[in-house]
Design a protein around this ligand. Structure first.
Ligand SMILES: Cc1cc2nc3c(=O)[nH]c(=O)nc-3n(C[C@H](O)[C@H](O)[C@H](O)COP(=O)(O)OP(=O)(O)OC[C@H]3O[C@@H](n4cnc5c(N)ncnc54)[C@H](O)[C@@H]3O)c2cc1C
Length: 373
């Protein structure tokens, strides 16, 4: 085969669909018996994601929203209504399956219930057999087999837990975020309404995120119907290629460390992977130099935003609850809200952060306090 892809998540399936459409022979190996399951994701997607995959109407969109509110530790609220960008609540299982259909319709093979145990140059060993492939892509998430083979350390991971629960806070199109060290140290908690009496309630944090989530569920009096847990990379790995091999998506830590959103940066990187693989298959050059073009491409496209997000994440970790309250109060001014509503973009959060700091120098005080700690 031309390309073997380890992992049938959004990244592996998108690459499979793109390369098989060009006529290459592609096989995806997925350890589970079902595409999309088990799902850990909240399914909060930006417009940019849907632009990359196209055909929006069949990607599992449940609803669109422009409204969010952030609750500070003292209970004060920052209400945001974006005029520039919409956020979609997506059924992630449906989303992944739509990409799998694309891949199959374009001629790719998907081997379900086939776990990849080991890879080496041109060689894949699975729970069912052995295969040869010109190129191997590691798109198997945080526990990447391909990453081990190219001798790269894993990204830094924080724990996340999520439930679907019976819960209603009265506003079906409003996403709520909770910040504070008592709620979710180092990250945040979220409530995403799924209908009038159901919501996804989740949390990522340092420490035991499941214990923090249980506490929040008690406070909200929400009753979980199903539970999932996962890890979110908050750093990118040092190298994402080896001879004839690439790692993409969570395997490479291509996730925004500010929000935990991985699908957009991963798909942007997947586009780079597709271009590099196409070039390599055309020329027959699978050397490290040829594969490095992938890394140059994704670092150019999304690398700066990812490293800005990692910087903000590191500073965010140091914010005390009293500073969270003060920051929310500073942002709750009409001129600040105008900037957030106009420029807020979940895929490029650093843009709005710099604009806010410029407009309200009092905020710089908090960044200085944080930087000193
Ligand atoms: C709680 C939580 C909420 C999130 N919410 C959002 C959100 O709202 N929006 C957003 O953009 N991102 C979100 N993310 C991040 C997002 O889910 C990931 O960034 C994204 O799924 C990465 O896609 P991927 O294809 O790289 O990996 P994955 O989605 O992890 O897919 C990897 C696939 O590889 C398979 N696999 C693993 N090992 C092997 C093996 N050895 N052999 C064969 N198959 C294997 C797995 O079964 C899996 O299907 C969230 C993450 C968590 C944990």
């Amino acid at each position: 085969m031309d390309v073997a892809i380890v992992g049938g998540g959004p990244v592996g399936l998108f690459i499979a669909a793109s390369l098989s459409k060009m006529g290459y022979s592609v096989t995806v190996f997925e350890e589970h018996s079902d595409i999309g399951n088990p799902s850990h994701c909240s399914g909060l997607f930006s417009e940019h994601i849907l632009e990359i995959v196209g055909e929006k109407e069949r990607r599992g969109i449940l609803k669109a929203t422009r409204r969010a509110e952030i609750m500070a530790p003292d209970g004060s609220l920052l209400r945001i209504k974006s005029s520039s960008s919409r956020v979609y609540v997506v059924n992630r299982v449906e989303f992944d399956r739509s990409l799998a259909r694309d891949a199959i319709n374009n001629g790719a093979e998907i081997h379900l219930k086939e776990r990849v145990k080991a890879v080496s140059r041109r060689f894949i060993k699975t729970s069912w057999g052995e295969y040869r492939s010109k190129i191997i892509v590691g798109a198997e998430g945080i526990n990447s087999v391909v990453r081990r083979e190219i001798l790269v350390s894993p990204p830094k991971i924080i724990g996340a837990a999520q439930v679907v629960a019976n819960y209603n806070y009265g506003e079906e199109d409003l996403v709520r975020i909770y910040v504070g060290n008592e709620v979710a140290p180092g990250f945040f908690a979220w409530v995403i309404p799924l209908g009038s009496d159901m919501a996804k309630i989740g949390l990522a944090s340092y420490g035991n995120s499941w214990l923090f989530l249980k506490k929040l569920l008690r406070q909200l009096k929400a009753h979980p119907l199903s539970i999932s847990a996962g890890g979110i990379p908050v750093s990118t790995v040092s190298r994402t290629y080896g001879e004839g091999m690439l790692i993409v998506g969570d395997a490479a830590g291509q996730v925004k460390a500010t929000s935990g959103g991985g699908v957009y940066p991963s798909l942007k990187s997947a586009q780079c992977a597709v271009k590099t693989i196409e070039r390599a298959l055309e020329s027959g050059d699978y050397s490290r130099t040829a594969m490095k073009k992938y890394e140059d491409c994704w670092r150019r496209e999304i690398g700066k935003e990812l490293s800005n997000a990692q910087y903000i994440h590191r500073q965010y970790r140091k914010i005390k609850d009293v500073d969270f309250n003060n920051i929310v109060r500073e942002l709750n001014r009409p001129d600040m809200l105008k900037i957030i509503n106009e420029y807020g973009d979940i895929d490029y959060p650093s843009k709005v952060v710099w604009k806010l700091l410029k407009k309200n120098p009092r905020l710089i005080k908090y960044t200085r306090i944080i930087a000193r700690k």
